[in-house]
Ligand binder design. Structure first.
Ligand code: NDP
Length: 480
């Protein structure tokens, strides 16, 4: 059985206690590799390697640091096919998606921050009348921890690691135990790219042991975390008394507001993607769809037809639109929400059942599902399902749409479909979300601030926001 190893101090290492975890291929429902069940000793070793590497890496000239990151970006691109296939097998997502989105974006993350670090500037203030000048040094923090989820494995792992390294920190990182493969392959790439020993350390293992050892390590001074809201709350509680810097990108339950005056065809095809891309396992998916009553019936008919036409199949099949869900327990959790919806009075308009794919009978497949609800105070409209399940509900006025959009504990993103500029501005300004898309979805410019409000997180990633997070500002005042 293939084994995945930790990457510590520039070398592959087995876990000290020789404990291993089964890694499942969700398309067949079977174990296909083993990953380290790392202990606190492995995390400590990773920390010590990172600590030793910090003085030199933090003083490495920017151009040289930039070259190392660019090299990683190029090697990811050169190995696109291998990485995309590995991601599809490990996560269950269609190969077409990992080839067109996940892996290219992982490369872009490194390329972007390779450039950004050479452009990152800080402020200076002349204290007029006092013959003094203030300027701000932006110094790397030291050893930082990066913890990422399973839905966009390499994409989100690199989204944290790249800015952390760009800012001059050294890193102890843990990918999700459910999808460790591409993080392991990234370590191979780092060795080829000549990343100095100890600058990046990847420790595999369970969240509540390996992850826990990272967040409670007294000398890891900042934690960048993407994952569920409950885990985020636990991390905040653990890290706050140690005064660690925290960036938390958490769950979402995002509204998709569709007005009758929108560009209908573009809205319909994009809504299909924003509902079911990656089996609905994207924190930005628009899982609550609100449609102006004038076009509600038409939308319902067209959306059901398009959803029923999606091909559910094995991730490596080129025809597949909907692959496998990431794990058996997640599949069952998502399915349980469909049963809850029925019990709460929702109407299943399409989907709702497990799927058996020929040749992949034990894989974790579920039909994309649309649930019509009128009372938005129910669990399927309030809780994050994180699967191919959306609700649809009509509305009669802008204010009603806005009130429903804001009536959840989450505030990550929102999509608004209208050609009325006044309406789009009013809605965008008043909706409670960190990210708003008007007449598009998931269009990303890596310079923009990324993150959520309310229970969707604290802090922002992206562009200079990420470089600010991964540095400590120090003001220096000189009187002359
Ligand atoms: P989890 O919160 O379960 O896990 C995220 C990561 O944290 C994993 O690596 C996990 O390890 C680790 N972890 C778990 N417990 C601890 C702990 N006590 N200490 C340290 N680390 C820990 O989330 P999922 O992996 O299930 O990801 C899905 C969630 O991520 C969804 O809620 C989704 O909305 C959110 N998400 C948010 C995004 C955003 O940008 N806002 C983007 C993408 C996803 P392990 O896997 O071993 O448990």
């Amino acid at each position: 059985m293939k084994k995945i190893f930790n990457y510590i101090n520039g070398e592959f290492k087995a876990p000290i206690e020789d404990q291993w975890i089964d890694n499942y291929n969700p398309s067949i429902g079977d174990v296909y590799s083993l990953l380290p069940n790392s202990s606190t000793v492995d995390v400590q070793n990773a920390y010590e390697a990172a600590e030793k590497a910090f003085p030199e890496w933090s003083e490495t000239p920017l151009e040289q640091r930039s070259k190392v990151l660019s090299k990683i970006a190029s090697l990811i691109t050169e190995n696109l096919d291998q990485l995309a296939k590995a991601e599809a097998i490990d996560n269950g997502k269609p190969l077409s998606l990992s080839t067109s989105i996940d892996i290219p974006r992982a490369s872009s993350n490194f390329q972007f921050f390779a450039h950004a670090l050479t452009q990152f500037a800080s402020e200076a203030h002349e204290s007029t009348g006092f013959n003094a000048i203030n300027f701000t040094l932006r110094q790397p923090i030291g050893v930082v921890g990066c913890i990422s989820p399973w839905n966009l494995p390499l994409y989100l792992f690199t989204w944290k690691i790249a800015p952390a390294l760009a800012a001059g920190n050294t890193v102890v990182a843990k990918p999700s135990e459910i999808t460790p493969m591409t993080a392991y392959l990234l370590a191979e790439i780092c060795i080829k790219a000549g990343v100095p020993k100890g600058v990046l350390n990847i420790v595999h293992g369970l969240g509540n042991t390996t992850g826990q050892a990272i967040i409670e390590h007294p000398k890891i001074k900042a934690i960048s975390f993407t994952g569920g809201t409950a885990t985020g709350a636990h991390i905040a509680k653990t890290a706050a008394p140690m005064f660690k810097k925290l960036s938390l990108e958490l769950g979402g339950k995002n509204p998709n507001l569709i007005f009758a005056d929108c560009d209908y065809e573009k809205m319909l095809s994009t809504t299909l993607r924003s509902s079911f891309a990656n089996q609905g396992q994207i924190c930005l998916c628009g899982s609550r769809i609100y449609v102006e009553r004038a076009i509600y019936d038409k939308f319902k008919t067209d959306f059901i037809a398009k959803t029923n036409a999606l091909k559910i199949g094995a991730p490596l099949d080129a025809e597949t639109n909907i692959g496998a869900l990431v794990s058996k327990s997640h599949l069952e959790k998502v399915k349980s929400y469909i049963d809850i919806a029925t019990a709460e009075g929702g109407t299943i308009l399409c989907g709702g059942n497990y799927v058996t794919v020929k040749g992949y009978e034990n894989g974790y497949y579920l039909q994309p599902t649309i649930i019509e609800i009128n009372n938005t105070n129910c669990r399927v409209a309030q809780e994050e399902i994180f699967g191919p399940v959306v609700t649809i509900t009509p509305f009669d006025s802008d204010d009603e749409a806005l009130a429903m959009a804001n009536d959840v504990r989450y505030g990550l993103s929102c999509t608004i479909w209208t050609n009325n500029l006044n309406r789009s501005m009013y809605m965008a300004k008043h909706v409670q979300a960190g990210i708003v898309w008007v007449n598009t979805w998931m269009m990303r410019d890596l310079r923009t601030a990324f993150g959520g409000t309310k229970d969707s997180g604290v802090g922002r990633e992206g562009g200079f926001e990420a470089l600010r997070f991964f540095t400590e500002p120090k003001n220096i005042c000189i009187q002359y």
